[in-house]
Design a protein around this ligand. Structure first.
Ligand code: FNR
Length: 386
């Protein structure tokens, strides 16, 4: 169907479910085990309602904001997702870079350690020099590999590092496990030789590489690249290696948000990896609602920026997260599906749809700028009643 027929982000998902290969659909869409966290991530937003203000002049609204020291036109970003070439074999992550940068509204792109294109290719594909790209780090057992990658992305002009900490091992995504595509023609072949090179350097050891190549679905294969012994000490150490802002991605309890603020990282992403890791990890928006009052009480609220991802599909979801105190929100699958169905133009369309929804909802909510969003505009008493 023509791109014009797409009117919301769900339309990309529906189409993707029809046109993607079984392998790509399984890898992209699955959550862990019974997929309870996957479903709750979005459901939680449906339990939050608005208290709109009327008789406010909303003829002009401004969606711009700042994230990690960069000015951004809209309060959302394309979060890191591995293996974008599975759904878009030519363009992969490069088309996400293009889609994020080619339109009037530019959106930050977080590049995955497990991207199917090299970071040089992805950064090179960005249509505009001032486009914001971030790098998501899976820390390797061989710290030299990670240091080398950090140095490389710094030189390439990446603006922040997001260290993912919710995946010491990859969760059991059962649709994906059933496919076992690492042993098929589509598996590791989606990576360019350059990207494979980066990845190979990051393999813990060759024996594991051999095991990883013939076994258990994409997720399990990819997990061979990640050091499961990572602790808070390593984050403190990592801070010494770089001047870039550091954000911890995958925080899932208030106590850890507080810890992150205390060790002085620049931000956290409240996330359960899109429901792909520990099933029954709570929806991140719930954690957001709990964290902000506690950070305020401890006078830590100005110490770090809060980001949230998982289940965000509508402009109203974005506004709810911002009212609760998020600086910005990430979307994963919607951009993967848009990229798989229509390449870079699909990504741009997804951005436009979300931006239009946010703009319209701000008008109807009676606010004209992001900084006016606060919890007084929400009714959250049912947030936790499942
Ligand atoms: C992910 N995610 C992810 N996160 C990360 O830090 N590194 C990665 O390589 C990946 N890869 C990945 C692949 C796929 C197919 C998905 C769906 C997700 C998690 C991602 O960054 C984010 O947390 C979730 O996708 C957010 O949930 P939604 O927006 O997909 O519901």
């Amino acid at each position: 169907p023509p791109l014009e027929s797409i009117i919301n982000l769900y339309d990309f998902e529906k189409l993707a479910s029809k046109i993607l290969s079984n392998q790509a659909w399984a890898y992209y869409s699955s959550g862990a085990n019974d997929e309870i966290s996957y479903r709750e991530n979005h459901s939680a937003y449906t339990r939050i309602f608005f208290k709109p203000k009327v008789l406010v002049d909303v003829s002009k609204v401004d969606l711009s904001t700042e994230m990690l020291g960069s000015k951004i036109e809209v309060p959302f970003y394309a979060t890191a997702t591995a293996l974008c070439k599975l759904g878009n074999p030519e363009g992969g992550e490069m088309d996400i870079a293009r889609g994020c940068g080619q339109g009037l509204i530019k959106v930050p792109q977080m590049i995955s350690t497990l991207a199917s294109c090299s970071v040089e290719e992805i950064v090179g594909a960005a249509p505009s020099k001032d486009q914001i790209q971030w790098y998501q780090v899976y820390i390797n057992s061989d710290r030299n590999v990670t240091r080398h990658m950090i140095k490389k992305v710094e030189d390439l002009g990446v603006k922040a590092l997001f260290v993912t900490v919710d995946a010491p091992f990859m969760g059991a995504r059962e649709k994906d496990l059933k496919i076992k595509f690492s042993n098929s023609s589509q598996g590791p072949k989606v990576m360019t030789s350059k990207a494979k090179d980066d990845i190979n350097k990051s393999i813990v050891n060759k024996k594991e590489e051999a095991a990883g190549d013939v076994t258990e679905g994409a997720s399990r294969t990819l997990s061979k690249f990640i050091d499961p012994s990572l602790t808070w000490k390593d984050i403190i150490e990592l801070k010494k290696w770089t001047k870039l802002p550091i954000v911890i991605k995958g925080v899932q309890r208030v106590e850890d948000v507080v810890k992150a603020a205390e060790i002085g990282v620049d931000g956290v992403v409240l996330s359960n990896h899109g429901g792909r890791q520990l099933d029954f990890s709570r929806p991140p928006v719930e954690l957001l609602a709990e964290s902000v009052p506690i950070l305020k009480e401890k006078k830590l609220d100005d110490k770090l920026e809060l980001y949230v991802d998982g289940g965000i599909r509508r402009g109203t979801d974005v506004l709810k997260a911002l009212c609760l105190g998020a600086k910005g929100v990430g979307l994963g699958r919607p951009f993967l599906y848009a990229n798989s169905c229509y390449g870079k133009d699909g990504v741009q369309k997804a951005i436009d749809i979300l931006k239009d929804e946010i703009e319209m909802s701000m008008r109807l909510l009676g606010v004209t700028s992001i900084k006016e969003l606060n919890e007084d505009l929400l009714e959250i008493s049912n947030l936790k009643s499942r």
